[in-house]
Design a protein around this ligand. Structure first.
Ligand SMILES: [Zn+2]
Length: 301
């Protein structure tokens, strides 16, 4: 008897079924733009529920690992160099965190730990740290430096020695998740009562809106702006929508600001100026036009 084979598409050609930013059905989304970036040619949609832009391509962990390994932060040499480059952000986030929790003896899980730069910095302040990442070489690197790490793609697959944590950090990692709403719920379930979630997020959705408009007038200029806006991310979510999603998934937002989100003292002057302008605008008018932000949220009881 011959096997009955159903038509098979490669995962890369499957359409996204949900908005990865908020979890709404992708039928609630309209076409935004099509362009070529580090992931090849991709079509992007705009979610009518959370106003995020997202890539209309199904998620495959295997593809995501291969893709990350082709990026500078996915290879061991450059990934390890980023540990030094991002010290300014690590120190700033730990400074903000210590206003709410005394690190000594507290557990911290770093989601998407990459080559362990933040884990090292958090350990130096007194946290008991562990992490996970999708890139096996990154996990091996972290373990070789004496820190506890696992290779997995989502928190529900993380085994670890501890069931729940005092602090969970997600630094520049949520933009690669296939289903942020479900991941945030799972993170909440792995926090102790009153535990803290700290996210360093990218929000250049405002720049993506500019790029999408520009693309209609000048395709090449529009493409360049869109590439800067979304890099290789899977979605681009307005910060206001993210804060709403955090509340919906059981968090109380303590703070959210572009302050402290600058990666490095060596970050380009243009980006530093964008942050300076963005911080001033956010603090005076509540308008978000910065490249990124640090969000601290507490698990609601
Ligand atoms: Zn959405």
């Amino acid at each position: 008897m011959s096997a009955v084979l159903s038509p098979v598409k490669t995962t890369a050609t499957l359409q996204a079924e949900i908005c990865p930013a908020c979890g709404a059905s992708s039928t609630q989304a309209g076409h935004a733009w099509k362009f070529v970036n580090a992931r090849g040619e991709t079509e992007w949609l705009r979610c009518n529920c959370c106003r995020s832009y997202f890539m209309d391509r199904g998620y495959s962990l295997e593809n995501e690992v291969s893709h990350t390994q082709t990026m500078t932060w996915g290879d061991t040499e450059h990934g390890a160099q980023l540990n030094t480059f991002k010290q300014r952000m690590y120190k700033s986030i730990l400074g903000q965190l210590q206003k709410h929790v005394q690190p000594e003896g507290k557990s911290l899980l770093d989601v998407g730990c990459s080559y362990g730069g933040f884990m090292e910095a958090a350990k130096d302040t007194g946290f008991s740290v562990c992490g996970f990442d999708i890139v096996p070489q990154a996990v091996d690197f972290v373990k070789a430096h004496g820190l506890s790490a696992e290779c997995c793609g989502q928190i529900r697959d993380f085994r670890g020695s501890t069931r729940t944590f005092d602090v969970i950090t997600v630094l520049d990692a949520n933009i690669y998740w296939p289903d942020q709403a479900s991941e945030l719920s799972d993170i909440r379930n792995r926090l102790n009562d009153g535990g803290l979630l700290v996210m360093r997020v990218v929000d250049k959705s405002w720049l993506a809106t500019v790029g999408a408009g520009l693309q209609r007038i000048s395709p090449e200029r529009g493409r360049k702006v869109l590439q800067r806006a979304v890099n290789d991310h899977r979605f681009s979510m307005p910060i206001g929508s993210l804060l709403g999603l955090l509340r919906k998934t059981g968090f109380h937002v303590i703070s959210a600001s572009p302050k402290g989100a600058v990666h490095s003292d060596d970050t380009s002057l243009t980006v530093k100026m964008a942050f300076g302008f963005g911080i001033a605008l956010w603090q005076t008018m509540g308008v978000f036009l910065a490249p990124g932000a640090v969000v601290i949220a507490e698990r609601s009881s």
